[in-house]
Design a protein around this ligand. Structure first.
Ligand SMILES: C[S@@+](CC[C@H](N)C(=O)[O-])C[C@H]1O[C@@H](n2cnc3c(N)ncnc32)[C@H](O)[C@@H]1O
Length: 227
């Protein structure tokens, strides 16, 4: 119980957000475009792939070295641009694109499945990333345990010491939750309870909520875990 309480304290404290010295990134309208152009020029990437490069690097507080030589799960991979971005930047890694294929169909999808029930063995991946994967309609019809189940699964399939990045779109931002629907508060509560429960079994696990640039010219929060 003590460990679970400690985790709660870590998460409470991190509600103030850790900025990771990201002041070198100017904030404001057009910054997404500017960063995408920077990546595009530096790595000679098509613009759409460059957008993905910065989203999964700057946007998830990751570096190329964090991905290099790793076995990576991109949970909710969409069009699979992240996998192409890594290749385009010369990062050697094996990426598994998992998507439920409901939005864009099976397009560069390696495995069709739900993040809430991942078809992978325990301790499979070095890195598991989830970027902007959320129900399009947040209302009383969604399962309020969806985020808890996604986190349980991402942690389960990641090796001990491996990295998890979960970008749930402002779910952990208390200001947004205050004004949001009852269901979102319940989603967050269940996710934090799931984390606390997992933390009790993995006391070495590191959890923090940080702030990073989003793909809509704003900052929002990401959950960073080292299992
Ligand atoms: C907004 S897109 C983001 C795509 C990509 N992660 C990116 O950042 O460019 C969301 C994707 O998540 C997928 N998705 C949504 N909920 C999912 C779930 N529960 N399990 C698997 N895929 C899901 C959708 O099909 C869609 O391709």
């Amino acid at each position: 119980m003590a460990e679970a309480k400690d985790l709660g304290e870590i998460i409470e404290a991190s509600y103030t957000f850790i900025d990771h010295n990201r002041s070198h990134i100017p904030y404001g309208k057009g910054i997404t475009d500017q960063l995408a152009y920077d990546y595009s020029n530096r790595y000679k990437l098509p613009l759409r792939i460059a957008v993905s490069a910065f989203k999964y690097l700057e946007g998830l507080n990751m570096t190329k070295a964090d991905y290099q030589d790793k076995y990576i799960l991109d949970a909710g991979s969409g069009l699979g641009d992240f996998k192409r971005a890594l290749k385009g930047m010369g990062v050697k890694a094996e990426v598994v694109n998992l998507d439920d294929a409901k939005t864009w169909g099976i397009y560069n999808t390696d495995v069709v499945g739900k993040v809430e029930a991942l078809p992978f063995a325990d301790n499979s991946f070095d890195v598991a990333v989830l970027n902007y994967v959320f129900p399009f309609v947040i209302d009383e019809t969604i399962d309020p345990s969806y985020a808890a189940n996604q986190l349980r699964e991402l942690i389960r399939v990641t090796k001990k010491g491996g990295i998890i990045r979960y970008r749930p779109l402002r779910m952990f931002d208390p200001q947004v939750r205050e004004g949001s629907q009852r269901v979102m508060i319940e989603v967050t509560k269940r996710a934090l309870e799931a984390l606390a429960e997992i933390y009790q079994q993995n006391p070495d696990m590191k959890v923090q909520i940080t702030r990073a640039i989003g793909d809509d010219n704003t900052y929002d929060e990401i959950l960073e875990i080292v299992k």
